[in-house]
Design a protein around this ligand. Structure first.
Ligand code: CMP
Length: 423
């Protein structure tokens, strides 16, 4: 970004603070002219127009940003801006058609965009200056920045390129998880149901243990997924980037949030309520498969990062070991082990709580990462406790045969389950 653009952005920010939106818009007209390839400037200019109640200009600027973000493969950013347009005018035909063509399930054919629709920004001021915003397609990596510090005097104006029609090939764009499964109408409906939220760096978007009634798409910024382990330590489970979605687990499990998601940098998210998610799934059952696939992968990955049994192993071995387990869902109240009988499997709790009870001993509450069944399998005798699920749970199950195989392959596994190892 050039010094001149930076200065103008500062000047515009000051003007906004002082409530002088016309001055801010004037600055942004200059910025857009100097850096026509940077769609974020058009988004901001459009936002100022919206606040000035100049709906037409706002929409024009935002359409240009939608195109530019799409052409750059920044799908969620494009959709976030499309959403702003539809909030101003829910029937805006251009936007409805564009986003549905490019992003919905029906995206098959190339979409040709008539490029270079000139945008005139009219502030109504004396010192007004119209800027024709050119077609954003450029091959150069940098903005066409104009450096005001140049001694040569007047800044050069970018020479308008002839407007060639731009072709976006929807198939070449990264699909948006979930949303790209939808048909045109459902896609538009989902978009209209989403809410936009901003979070400052460090702020929690989702708090572990809170009720979960929506899921999120990360439009911009980075977020961090962390969890508190039973021993009080905080573990980083994942880092999320633009385009990722999160918050699906609580919806699938119908349980509180499994982890905390916090903004690692300033974040913009689109939020889809549980109800909207459910109605989408009802219409498009394949969406549930996508969600479930992510949920399974994440759950497994989390268990390997949090369960004590995996601590001695490196990433590769963790993956190998976890692949031997079968993921099963069991309902609240189910008795998984019965005292006095031999266990036929070894379990790790991936999600949920269980109670281990034996006569004359205080009952033990078992939670995520805890395991059971090993006593009977190791001694080839009877189970000393009865283990019952206290809530619907997801378990990782290992047959006695595979359990024995793992014992032989990984001595550390034996150390941990027999209580001889760390922890
Ligand atoms: P939920 O439990 O509703 O709230 C916290 C969210 O963090 C969770 O849904 C997931 O969407 C997300 N999450 C948890 N674990 C991971 C992971 N390993 N990778 C990515 N996202 C995760």
């Amino acid at each position: 970004m050039s010094q001149a653009v930076k200065k103008l952005m500062e000047s515009a920010a000051e003007a906004v603070e002082e409530g002088n939106l016309k001055k801010a818009l004037f600055d942004y007209k200059m910025i857009v002219g100097m850096a026509p390839n940077e769609p974020m400037h058009k988004v901001t200019a459009g936002e100022i127009c919206r606040r000035l109640e100049d709906k037409k200009q706002a929409i024009q600027l935002w359409r240009a940003a939608v195109e530019a973000f799409s052409a750059a493969g920044e799908s969620l950013r494009a959709l976030e801006v499309a959403k702003r347009i539809l909030e101003l005018d829910k029937d805006d035909e251009w936007t409805r058609k564009f986003v549905a063509d490019v992003y919905s399930r029906s995206r098959k054919d190339e979409v040709e965009i008539s490029a270079g629709e000139d945008i005139e920004i009219d502030t109504g001021d004396e010192d007004e200056m119209d800027i024709a915003v050119e077609d954003e397609e450029e091959s150069g990596p940098e903005d066409l920045d104009v450096d005001f510090s140049d001694e040569a005097g007047e800044p050069e104006k970018a020479v308008p390129e002839p407007a060639a029609p731009r072709v976006i090939q929807p198939e070449s764009l990264p699909a948006i998880p979930l949303l790209s499964e939808l048909s045109r109408n459902a896609f538009i409906e989902a978009l209209s149901k989403m809410g936009r939220k901003e979070f400052a760096a460090g702020e929690a978007i989702i708090q572990q243990g809170a009720p979960g009634d929506s899921m999120f798409f990360l439009v911009s910024g980075q977020a961090m997924v962390t969890t508190r382990r039973a021993d009080g330590a905080t573990v980083v489970l994942a880092r999320l980037k633009e385009g990722d979605f999160f918050g699906e687990m609580a919806l699938i499990l119908k349980q509180p949030r499994t982890a905390t998601v916090s903004a690692a940098s300033p974040c913009v998210v689109l939020e889809l309520t549980a109800q909207a998610t459910r109605s989408i799934i009802k219409e498009f059952p394949s969406v549930a498969n996508v969600l479930t696939r992510f949920y399974h992968e994440r759950l497994l990955s989390n268990v390997t990062k949090t369960a004590r049994i995996f601590t001695p192993f490196d990433e590769e071995n963790r993956k190998l070991i976890i692949s031997k387990f079968k993921m099963v869902k069991e309902p609240k109240g189910k008795m998984l082990l019965e005292m006095g009988k031999p266990a036929d499997a070894f379990f790790i709790i991936a999600q949920g709580k269980a109670m281990a009870a034996a006569p004359g001993q205080p009952a033990r509450m078992l939670a995520e990462g805890d395991f059971f069944g090993e006593a009977s399998l190791l001694s080839r005798g009877e189970e000393p406790e009865t283990v019952t699920l206290m809530q619907d749970a997801v378990l990782l199950r290992l047959t006695s045969r595979t359990f024995n195989e793992l014992m032989m392959t990984y001595p550390q596994f034996l150390e941990i389950v027999s209580g001889m190892g760390m922890g």
